[in-house]
Design a protein around this ligand. Structure first.
Ligand code: BG6
Length: 507
């Protein structure tokens, strides 16, 4: 997590994007790199080399990125003068990832740029391709000595990092043989989100909450990442993944770690990552019976979203009409340590739900004794802290207060810290933060090998149980709903209900 602008990289830098013509580059990486350029966060000498199978000139490639930036950048359309300057840094290389010549040419291109700049550059190899290409690219980078100097070459690996524990381990072993751990950046874009980074600031830069942050005061925690979008054109990928692999193994467990971790001794990358992995180690490993009791799945059927008819998951392109893949997951996790024993952590995520919202709700225990008559407390609500990650960016503390009037009536009020009202600067996109971190060499917000494996260990029993037993009632929720009824049942059996923020629907 880059802290000051003085930590800014001045050494020349090259981003080599494998999958340069792909969606991720267009939507996220190129807009992020362009915004870093506009903010003067890149060195004067830098290059973006995109690779792809299509034959394109540098100019054609720049044009395709321009479309992406104009459509997806948080800053809207580019200004011609600035874009023209940026274009001078864009290069394209046609590449067959399986051919050695690709890496030879890449080496030559890097060599030419370095000769021009008269200085060795920092090279960031970004693997924005399908995961089956990770090993072949990594091997070739190493074999062609493109990452020889561990201080000057880094490799960014997109998710999914493996498709189960075994394949994640294999990939870690391979990368570990080819590179030093300090060169490997396993990305989880949730960690780059401004509001997610703020969880640590909120917890460890304020005295107030830490004494309450444990089983003595917290009743339960809910982590909810709901999406309105369906799988769209990613049906082929999603069929193989499902919500458990796509969201829970990475994003949701990372959010849970930030809420549940002990205070690290410093903000150093490994201190933070040690405390996060401790949480994963303390989480209860599920038996088959635990899975049955604590994990539920769902798949969306057709319906209407905001006045538009949308297909069910089984009707999406690239999806088996009898698919068993889950598009919704809810799990009750437990953390078996002194701080959290007995506190349920409910997580849920799903596509085609009623609202796009990522929220963490921490519900505190009830007061030990109420001094108020029952008629004063009809809308009684235990204190709640709600961290809203997106689209609303806020932290709100729900309190009981006296409603103005002659009678003693209590109701719930919110104390709100809202980014919009507090800061005029727009928050950077997650990928801007994370790409800058790769440049300055800060791995705090990236996954370490052991974290990835520990997270896989936790989801494996659920994956196994669901693979072994086909769900007989899919699709079991309609588009624009809050998911399957079993998800309500999971939390209702403990006397709770899923929390939703009354935000305007968006996204
Ligand atoms: C990605 C998943 O990692 O995260 C997608 O592959 C999901 O399926 C996306 O839609 C959600 O990210 P965000 O930033 O839109 O919440």
């Amino acid at each position: 997590m880059h802290t000051t602008i003085s930590a800014r990289q001045t050494q020349p830098a090259i981003f080599v994007i494998f999958g340069g013509t792909g969606d991720l580059n267009k939507r996220k990486l190129a807009p992020a790199i362009y915004n870093l350029f506009l903010e003067n966060s890149l060195p004067a000498d830098f290059a973006l080399i995109g690779t792809g199978r299509t034959r394109l000139t540098d100019g054609e490639f720049s044009k395709s990125l321009l479309e992406g930036v104009n459509t997806f950048s948080r800053r809207g359309k580019v200004e011609k003068k600035q874009w023209d300057q940026f274009c001078g840094h864009i290069h394209y290389q046609v590449a067959d990832l399986l051919q050695e010549s690709t890496y030879v040419e890449l080496g030559q291109r890097i060599g030419q740029l370095q000769a021009e700049w008269e200085q060795e550059a920092l090279v960031i190899f970004y693997l924005a391709v399908a995961p089956n290409f990770f090993p072949v690219i990594a091997k070739n980078i190493a074999q062609h000595q493109l990452a020889e100097n561990a201080d000057n070459a880094r490799i960014v690996v997109e998710k999914p990092f493996g498709r189960d524990l075994e394949s994640a381990r294999d990939l870690n072993v391979l990368l570990g043989e080819l590179f030093e751990e300090k060169q490997i950046y396993r990305i989880d874009h949730y960690l780059g989100k401004e509001t997610v980074q703020n969880i640590m600031a909120f917890r460890f830069a304020n005295l107030l909450f830490e004494p309450l942050w444990n089983r003595n005061f917290i009743d339960h925690v809910q982590i909810s990442v709901t999406e309105q979008l369906g799988v769209g054109d990613r049906g082929g990928y999603y069929e193989e993944a499902g919500a458990l692999r796509d969201m829970v193994q990475n994003h949701l467990l990372q959010l849970l770690c930030l809420i549940a971790m002990e205070a690290p001794t410093s903000f150093a990358a490994d201190e933070v990552r040690n405390r996060k992995v401790d949480v994963l180690h303390a989480m209860r490993r599920f038996s088959a019976e635990d899975v049955r009791m604590n994990a539920v799945r769902g798949q969306y059927g057709p319906g209407w979203m905001e006045g538009k008819e949308v297909p069910g998951y089984r009707e999406e392109d690239g999806v088996d009409p009898e698919s068993n893949t889950e598009t919704f997951v809810a799990i009750n996790f437990f953390i078996d340590n002194w701080r959290w024993q007995g506190v349920p952590f409910y997580v849920r995520t799903g596509k085609r739900l009623h609202q796009k919202a990522s929220t963490i709700a921490i519900q505190f225990k009830d007061v030990p004794h109420s001094i108020f008559p029952p008629e004063a407390t009809e809308t009684w609500q235990q204190n709640r802290l709600i961290i809203s990650i997106q689209p609303e960016m806020s932290i709100r503390l729900q309190l009981q207060a006296k409603r103005p009037g002659l009678e003693m009536t209590l109701n719930t009020v919110d104390m709100v810290f809202d980014y919009k009202g507090t800061y005029s600067d727009e928050a950077p996109e997650a990928y801007e933060t994370l790409l800058l971190d790769t440049l300055v060499g800060d791995q705090t917000l990236f996954m370490r090998a052991d974290q990835v494996e520990a997270a896989w260990e936790l989801v494996m029993p659920i994956l196994h149980a669901w693979q072994a037993k086909k769900s007989l009632n899919f699709p079991n929720y309609s588009s624009d709903s809050w998911g399957p009824e079993v998800a309500e049942g999971l939390i209702a059996r403990d006397g709770f209900h899923w929390f939703t923020l009354p935000v305007n629907r968006k996204g």
